[in-house]
Design a binder for this molecule. Structure first.
Ligand SMILES: Nc1nc2c(c(=O)[nH]1)N[C@H]1C(S)=C(S)[C@@H](COP(=O)(O)OP(=O)(O)OC[C@H]3O[C@@H](n4cnc5c(=O)[nH]c(N)nc54)[C@H](O)[C@@H]3O)O[C@H]1N2
Ligand SMILES: Nc1nc2c(c(=O)[nH]1)N[C@H]1C(S)=C(S)[C@@H](COP(=O)(O)OP(=O)(O)OC[C@H]3O[C@@H](n4cnc5c(=O)[nH]c(N)nc54)[C@H](O)[C@@H]3O)O[C@H]1N2
Ligand code: SF4
Ligand SMILES: [Mo]
Length: 738
């Protein structure tokens, strides 16, 4: 025990499947955190952190953290501002002044336009139960504000998975070590889910093969045994092609199918159509027929041949597509046909989030909407259509226009689709906007009031995970910096200012943690706050086999669908996304665009940190394209290019190499203000929603590309569409070679 420092157990609250246990060393005298380390006792963290959070103290103690409430200076318009000059638009005020002004404006707007003209906008700045959705929801429910449908990440895939299994549960990451064949399907494991990797390496040392299905040559793909560079949006068809071979060759597990599924005969009839034969599927997916046949056979036979099952790490990449919900359904049916769930390490992992029975109703209290001036449940606005919500007179859903926007846990100016409309909406002078943030983000540039938010070292919370089965309590390691206040504290204080009488607005963090854990669900049996505090993390109680293994969906007891079985109907018919090369819009814009995440950022988080920018320097401002598309356009590596469609245009530098197949171009998400013409990749994405779940379709985006020098005239018309951005950052673009 070192008396000069102490160690605090926290949980990384970033929006990542791994939810790592983090040991924070705190200097006793100064109260300053000096070191972060992965918890060696956490069976999935296993003592290491990803590169971006290993450097998290650079973020916590960044000199440009937002530390005080601020108000827009009178007469200063809402527009993007260059980094480090944002504060010039604001003046510092006290928390009391900030809360008074927010309460006054919200009351006024509610009286004049009805409470539904107020829109909360939040996503996953923190995925702790308290920070993600507790006191904030109580506050907006009691206010009668519009409800936000939080679809921006996983809605389509979630709906797809639930329709087949009835619960978001999958193969335990630790059990991947026992697999004989691993498919990483739309899953950038190295970038987004690094704690799965050691288990995959362990399996490979025992002879397992790793096959990556991804249009982009990720680091995961580069390290795999085989990389299938599928055309975007065609995964559902590939899954049907694999089913075709499995069923045609009789490789399915009939006993398992009979015991655990429903709808098999109809599915079989549907699958065995010529349009699902390998030749036809190859034509559309770009994957050669013989590789489809070989993959189907090894997928179905690996267990009988090696004694080790096949497992699919399906991730959310495939569901950011117009047909993404159905694509997830099709892939999710594969282990139901082969019975891969029956052996340890077999099956499929998309998300485990639904397995944590946190008492969300107790935390969020939707019944408070009845005590609001509305007296009924408020209308629902889909967060993936924020541009419509802010620019249409009825918010796109009926009812009053949005007059107040309260943003926390999110940076919509950078991450929401159809950025042109989002920014146009945010620039409305009559919109009252509050942004609760750690930094002056693209969104904070449009705020009337900005409020300082803490990092996860500065709060207490309780958290599950979406990539493993451990729950943990995150202890507060350090005092909040400056005047930062947690989401819970902010909304409790605002409720007081609004005069809400309900005692629930006085609940403390500890009360809320206890409420979150209060349930009779057997999965949380024996899991209390005290135990989580003592042990750091505790695994959910799931049924175990005689050998002590957790084998989800190994028997019919595990399914939570209406039929109580794996549901194979309706058949997952593949429909080409309208924005794809087989779709309706391909004549005007022939290239499929992948507006990807950065391996060393977390969506738009970290994009402003010099340490993290250095880790991502290789792809800064880059458009990756294939020689077959670059050649005819006269584009060579290093050329400045314009990427455009009817919604917007961006300036990037081309790199012509092997990262993408022909017909596909890729660039990564960044803040608008770090991009050459002040626009990031979401200038090109649309607000079209997915087939299931109402999710965004970032990865169904068609564009064209031209060399910048040849295109000056057209560039001005695209820029005019986003005239609010006319004086975006003058920061010069970073050349990829630098
Ligand atoms: N470093 C880092 N980690 C993160 C994040 C981050 O931004 N950075 N984000 C976090 C969040 S919010 C989430 S939701 C998870 C997401 O984790 P993932 O689900 O892995 O998410 P993506 O990176 O969107 O997509 C994964 C891969 O799908 C590929 N892809 C795109 N379209 C298609 C397609 O049509 N078919 C197929 N087969 N593949 C396709 C992309 O090229 C990408 O490599 O990661 C989390 N972890
Ligand atoms: N083009 C493109 N767009 C995408 C994606 C993509 O792959 N491509 N991915 C999509 C996906 S999967 C997702 S999940 C979304 C993510 O969208 P967001 O959830 O908006 O994610 P971030 O960009 O990480 O922004 C989170 C913000 O919350 C702040 N924050 C952190 N902790 C707290 C806190 O305790 N309180 C408050 N008030 N704020 C806090 C952080 O500083 C950060 O600015 O983006 C989507 N957008
Ligand atoms: S971002 Fe993910 S991998 Fe990195 S420390 Fe947090 S939970 Fe772990
Ligand atoms: Mo996400």
């Amino acid at each position: 025990m070192n008396p000069l420092s102490r160690t605090v157990h926290a949980v990384c609250s970033l929006d990542c499947p791994d939810s790592c246990g983090v040991l924070v060393t705190v200097d006793t005298a100064s109260g300053r955190a000096t070191k972060l380390q992965g918890d060696p006792a956490h069976p999935v963290t296993r003592g290491f952190l990803c590169g971006k959070v290993a450097k998290y103290l650079d973020r916590v103690y960044a000199p440009d953290r937002l530390l005080y409430p601020m108000r827009r200076r009178p007469g200063v318009g809402k527009a993007p501002r260059p980094q480090h000059r944002e504060a010039e638009a604001f003046e510092r005020i006290s928390w009391d002044e900030a809360l008074d002004e927010i309460a006054r404006r919200l009351s006024e707007i509610s009286r004049r336009h009805g409470p539904e003209s107020i829109l909360p906008y939040s996503y996953a700045g923190t995925i702790g139960q308290l920070g993600y959705g507790s006191m904030d929801r109580r506050f907006f429910h009691r206010l009668g504000a519009s409800q936000l449908d939080r679809t921006i990440c996983a809605a389509a895939g979630g709906a797809g998975l639930l329709s087949v299994y009835g619960v978001k549960l999958g193969t335990r990451p630790e059990d991947f070590a026992h697999a004989g064949l691993i498919l990483a399907w739309g899953a950038n494991i190295h970038g987004n889910n690094i704690h799965l990797w050691p288990f995959i390496e362990q399996a490979r040392r025992s002879g397992a093969r790793l096959v990556v299905i991804d249009p982009y040559r990720t680091r995961t793909a580069a390290l795999a045994d085989q990389h299938l560079a599928i055309r975007p949006g065609t995964d559902g068809l590939l899954a049907l092609g694999l089913m075709y071979v499995i069923l045609r060759d009789g490789l399915e597990d009939r006993a398992y199918i009979d015991a655990c599924t429903t709808g098999f005969d109809d599915l079989r009839h549907f699958v065995l159509q010529p349009k699902h034969a390998p030749i036809a599927v190859a034509e559309v997916t770009g994957i050669p027929a013989e590789q489809i046949v070989a993959l189907a056979r090894s997928y179905a036979n690996v267990h009988s041949q090696t004694g080790r099952p096949a497992v699919i790490r399906l991730n959310y990449g495939i569901q950011r597509s117009e047909n993404g919900g159905t694509a997830v359904r099709a892939v999710a049916m594969l282990p139901l046909l082969t019975g891969a769930w029956q052996s340890r390490g077999g099956g499929l992992l998309l998300s485990t989030s639904g397995s944590f029975p946190f008492n969300e109703d107790a935390l969020r209290m939707p019944e408070l909407m009845r005590a609001s001036p509305l007296g009924r449940p408020a209308r629902v606005v889909n967060m993936s259509q924020l541009g419509r919500a802010l620019t249409l007179p009825d918010a796109g859903v009926g009812g009053p226009p949005v007059q107040a926007l309260f943003v926390y846990n999110s940076n919509p100016a950078a991450v929401a689709p159809n950025g042109t409309d989002v920014l146009r909406g945010l620039a409305r002078p009559d919109l009252f906007t509050v942004v609760h943030e750690q930094f002056f983000t693209d969104t904070a540039d449009f705020a009337d009031i900005v409020l300082p938010a803490p990092t996860f070292l500065e709060t207490r919370d309780v958290q599950g995970a979406y990539g493993h089965l451990f729950a943990g309590v995150s202890q507060q390691a350090i005092a909040p910096l400056g005047e930062a206040r947690s989401n819970v504290h902010l909304f409790a204080a605002l409720a007081g200012r609004m005069g809400f009488p309900e005692p629930c607005f006085h609940d403390t963090d500890l009360d809320l943690i206890d409420q979150a854990l209060q349930t009779n669900d057997p999965r949380f049996s024996g899991i209390t706050r005290q135990r989580l505090e003592r042990e750091g993390q505790v695994e959910l109680q799931l049924g175990r086999s005689d050998r002590g293994d957790v084998l989800p969906f190994s028997s019919a007891d595990w399914f939570r669908t209406p039929s109580g079985r794996g549901e194979l109907l309706p058949a997952p018919e593949w429909v080409a996304p309208s924005e794809s090369r087989s779709g309706a819009a391909s004549a005007s814009y022939p290239l499929e665009f992948l507006p990807r995440k950065a391996d060393n950022y977390m969506n738009s988080t970290f994009a402003n940190q010099p340490t993290h920018q250095r880790m991502e320097a290789r792809t800064a401002g880059l458009l990756e394209m294939h020689a077959a598309d670059a050649g005819p356009r006269g584009i060579r590596t290093g050329d400045e290019v314009e990427v455009f469609n009817a919604r917007g245009s961006l300036r990037l530098y081309a790199r012509v190499d092997a990262a993408v197949p022909s017909g596909v171009v890729a660039a990564r998400l960044d803040w608008n203000k770090f991009s050459a013409n002040g626009r990031n990749v979401n200038a090109l994405t649309s607000e079209l929603l997915t087939d299931l779940g109402g999710g965004p379709t970032f990865y169904s985006t068609l564009v064209d590309v031209r060399r910048s020098a040849l295109a000056k005239a057209d560039a001005t018309s695209a820029a005019a569409a986003g005239s609010v951005l006319s004086h975006a950052t003058d920061r010069s673009p970073r050349h990829p070679a630098s």
